[in-house]
Write a protein that binds this ligand. Structure first.
Ligand SMILES: Cc1cn([C@H]2C[C@H](O)[C@@H](COP(=O)(O)OP(=O)(O)O[C@H]3O[C@H](CO)[C@@H](O)[C@H](O)[C@H]3O)O2)c(=O)[nH]c1=O
Length: 330
């Protein structure tokens, strides 16, 4: 039985990853640690809450003692580290929380993995550490780190710490850097669920600036499959970029969702631009395709239809999020 520690497993990508892994492997046990901050939602994993292959421990990675205790109790065969403050707009208002969770939290995990000689550590990061692109070109794993927001700077800091643990201590760390994820269970502060939920309610959809900013959209289950591949085939000390190969402007994806829901474009409302707003992200997938044998499988139009359908049919999930009911008992 392989034992995996997943951090931040109650969040959007972490919960999809746990569901992916448990549906795929019989010989796996997952311990999920999550601090249950606002974006950690136990509803995401209610279907497996009582599974023998799964255990949830509420723990905060900013607390070194809590992290140390988890590692002392369990020898893990691998760590997949998702836990992070992830929303750029929040980082502009409250940067400190991002430094604490993303830099200090990652440091505590790396230290524990070093002390207990964990044989594999996947540090899940973001293409935002590379900063912004102009109208052409792609990020490769060699692109310089030029983060522009407190969020991406904190992730770049954690990436560099992870790198240093590989170089200095030989900790078998792999860093993955993904583009913009979308799919089921995404917290409604992000662009895609914002569009879907506001459109369903006939509410104005805020588009920052002129809406020409470009993101590379990656279906969350494709991302999970890529991390799975990194666990199995990734080389320690390496970085792998994970992109969806679907570049669209924010206006294009907004129109796509509105069309699918048969809602008018008049819902689009241009608002003040995000400070330091990165213009464009796009990923050169060559290394990841070659070394991990992975490529994104989901077409954007199909993935978007399925995502919209998930929100339409899982009304109680987002009603509990919107009302704050999912936070009860914390
Ligand atoms: C929430 C919101 C966003 N936007 C714009 C800002 C961005 O250009 C684009 C996507 O915004 P967000 O959904 O916040 O995602 P973005 O800032 O690109 O960052 C995401 O993607 C990154 C990967 O690229 C992850 O590392 C981040 O954790 C994740 O939050 O849409 C709007 O125009 N209106 C909105 O209401």
């Amino acid at each position: 039985m392989r034992k995996l520690l997943v951090t931040g497993g109650m969040g959007f990508i972490g919960s999809n990853f746990i569901l992916h892994m448990l549906s795929r492997y019989d010989d796996l046990h997952i311990t999920n640690i999550d601090a249950l901050t606002y974006a950690g939602n136990p509803d995401n994993l209610s279907d497996i809450a009582h599974s023998d292959a799964y255990r949830f421990v509420r723990a905060d990675i900013t607390d070194a003692e809590q992290v140390g205790r988890i590692f002392a109790e369990n020898p893990f065969d691998g760590v997949v580290h998702f836990a992070a403050e992830s929303h750029v707009d929040r980082s502009i208002v409250h940067p400190e929380a991002f430094v604490r969770a993303n830099v200090l939290g990652t440091f505590h995990l790396l230290e524990a993995a070093r002390r207990y000689e964990t044989p594999k550590f996947i540090h899940v990061s973001t293409d935002e550490v590379y900063g912004t692109l102009g109208d052409t070109g792609y990020f490769t794993e060699q692109s310089p780190l030029m983060p522009n927001s407190p969020y991406s700077a904190s992730k770049a800091g954690s990436d560099l710490l992870a790198r240093s643990y590989a170089q200095t201590y030989g900790l078998p760390v792999i860093i993955t850097r993904c583009s913009n994820n979308y799919g089921p269970r995404q917290f409604p502060e992000k662009l895609i669920p914002t569009i879907i939920l506001r459109a369903l309610h006939d509410e104005p959809i805020p588009i920052y600036g002129d809406g020409t900013h470009v993101r590379d959209w990656l279906y969350v289950m494709d991302h999970c499959a890529a991390i799975d591949a990194a666990l199995r085939r990734g080389i320690a000390g390496e970085v792998y970029n994970i992109g969806g190969h679907h570049e669209r402007t924010n206006l294009e994806v907004t129109r796509m969702v509105l069309q699918e829901l048969r809602k008018p474009e008049s819902l689009i409302t241009f608002v003040a631009d995000r400070l330091g707003h990165d213009k464009r992200y796009a990923i050169d997938p060559a290394k990841t395709e070659r070394e991990l044998g992975w490529r994104p499988g989901k077409e954007l139009e199909q993935g978007m239809k399925e995502t919209i359908m998930w929100y339409v049919t899982n009304r109680s999930w987002w009603e509990r999020v919107r009302s704050g009911a999912y936070l009860e008992g914390r």
